[in-house]
Design a protein around this ligand. Structure first.
Ligand code: SAH
Ligand code: SF4
Ligand code: F3S
Length: 441
């Protein structure tokens, strides 16, 4: 009899990619994917705790399985991901949801297969939260991917930066870089397998190699990857502005495979707030780096992460953020309301901002960001964009894919062009989406 798995993923690309690894482990144990928890023999929640609402989503959805678990006690429920690595989180989870069978930490992902065996052999729940960080992942074998023609490749794990608002260093541990040879062979196998876009993942890719005595650098890694010629795209995230500089910009300039789109989270525009955030750059330093990037790579687009409502943020601080949004000319940005994370420095700061003030500021910020996005989208009208077709949208009956700058383009096609680069003449733009007609080559 076939056994079914269902994975629910929250959080960043890192988690999306780790869910692919989880799926690989489950498939190796004979499970096959199904559409929902109802039919599943195992449901895995891969959680995120970056903001309170991410946690609440997961809590809500785990809680919703209580009834199903009562009617089908043999169904396994496993909870993994960042939420479980927080201090005392495993106990809290077990108390809140006694019907959960397996709790596993981000450092214990590869043990999931064994944990399932252990759980099957015993009645008691299995909890495995590693405090020791795995050294590296020399022979990481990713047998299953869900994102053709795009692929994610981890280049490093963890974070050393301790931005004062952020939980990631606590739940992901210190920076560990993968060896360049392992990364190169993974990328090379992906390209051999027909993948057309590779996104390198790390919390701060600019510190790649620092933990290996500086023997390797991120721009050096990019240059080595790009020695492999051919038509494909290379992206990376996230680049921390504090160590973003000319060597990386030069690498973007000289390697045609690297997309002219940089995600460079600024967080805030007020120097006082940036200092309290422990970001280690000022607004003008940030803007100088952006200027250098645009000087050397003139068509380069920029996206960002921006936060409102950090403790003590005044109206004047917030206006500095709005000013920076204008000056940096982001093509789009992710905007967040600051959410206190227990155990972080900022959560203990005085001057937490009332909810209504945060709400009012986020609305103004979103409007400022969207206005630029719309402007950038209308600049596409009448022009031709090169799209890597990723998928078919059943509801819209249109194919879709992104251009080099990350814009999503939708179009009609008689042939299935998934996995191919196509050219679109853009005739409509709404928000971040473009609509166009295929141009015959
Ligand atoms: N390593 C990346 C960020 C990863 S988290 C970097 O440094 O750029 C993604 C985004 O979530 C952050 O850029 C930040 O804008 C937001 N974020 C992190 N902690 C947050 C918190 N406590 N409240 C609200 N937003 C937060
Ligand atoms: Fe969090 Fe800062 Fe590390 Fe990014 S660099 S993951 S925001 S601590
Ligand atoms: Fe990512 Fe959330 Fe963890 S943003 S690293 S999944 S806390």
């Amino acid at each position: 009899m076939e056994k079914y798995y269902h994975i629910v993923t929250y959080g960043c690309q890192m988690n999306v990619h780790e869910s692919e690894k989880i799926a690989g482990i489950l498939r190796a144990k004979g499970y096959v994917a199904c559409d929902g928890a109802e039919e599943a023999d195992i449901v895995v929640f891969n959680t995120c705790c970056i903001r309170e609402n991410a946690e609440n989503h997961a809590y809500g959805n785990i809680g919703a399985l209580k009834k199903l678990k009562r009617s089908r006690p043999e169904m396994l429920i496993a909870v993994g991901g960042c939420m479980t690595q927080q201090e005392g989180a495993a106990d809290r989870l077990r108390k809140k949801f006694p019907f959960v069978d397996i709790v596993f930490g981000t450092h214990n992902l590869t043990a999931l297969g064994d944990l399932i065996d252990r759980k099957t052999a015993q009645k008691k729940a299995v909890v495995e939260i590693g405090r020791e960080e795995p050294v590296s992942d020399e022979d990481e074998d990713i047998s299953f991917r869900t994102s053709y023609p795009n692929a994610w490749v981890n280049i490093m794990y963890g974070c050393n930066n301790f931005c004062s608002y952020c939980i990631v260093p606590y739940v992901r541990g210190r920076e560990r870089s993968r060896r360049p040879d392992n990364i190169l062979s993974e990328v090379s196998a992906l390209l051999d397998g027909g993948y057309k876009e590779i996104t390198l993942l790390g919390q701060n890719v600019n510190s790649y190699g620092n933990d290996m005595g500086g023997a390797f650098s991120f721009p050096g890694l990019l240059d080595r990857i790009c020695e492999r010629k051919g038509k494909y795209r290379l992206r990376f995230m996230t680049s921390n502005p504090k160590d973003f500089g000319e060597p990386l910009i030069r690498s973007i300039e000289k390697n045609e495979q690297i997309c002219h789109l940089v995600h460079l989270p600024v967080q805030a525009g007020s120097d006082r707030i940036l200092k309290l955030m422990n970001r280690k750059y000022t607004a003008s330093e940030y803007l100088k780096k952006v200027e250098l990037l645009r000087k050397i790579v003139p068509d380069c687009q920029l996206t960002s992460d921006i936060m409102v409502g950090f403790p003590t943020e005044t109206e004047e601080d917030f206006r500095a953020t709005l000013d920076l949004v204008r000056e940096a000319d982001f093509s789009t940005a992710f905007t967040f309301v600051y959410s206190p994370r227990s155990g972080t420095k900022a959560a203990a700061m005085e001057g937490q901002i009332p909810e209504e003030v945060k709400k009012e500021r986020i609305m103004r910020l979103v409007e400022a960001v969207n206005a630029r996005t719309r402007e950038k989208s209308s600049a596409y009208l009448g022009k031709t964009a090169e799209i890597l077709c990723e998928d078919f949208d059943e509801k819209k009956s249109l194919y879709l894919g992104r251009d080099e700058y990350g814009r999503m383009g939708y179009f009609k096609s008689d042939a299935d062009v998934r996995g191919r680069f196509v050219k679109l003449k853009i005739n409509d733009a709404s928000g971040v989406s473009l609509y166009g007609d295929l141009v015959e080559e």
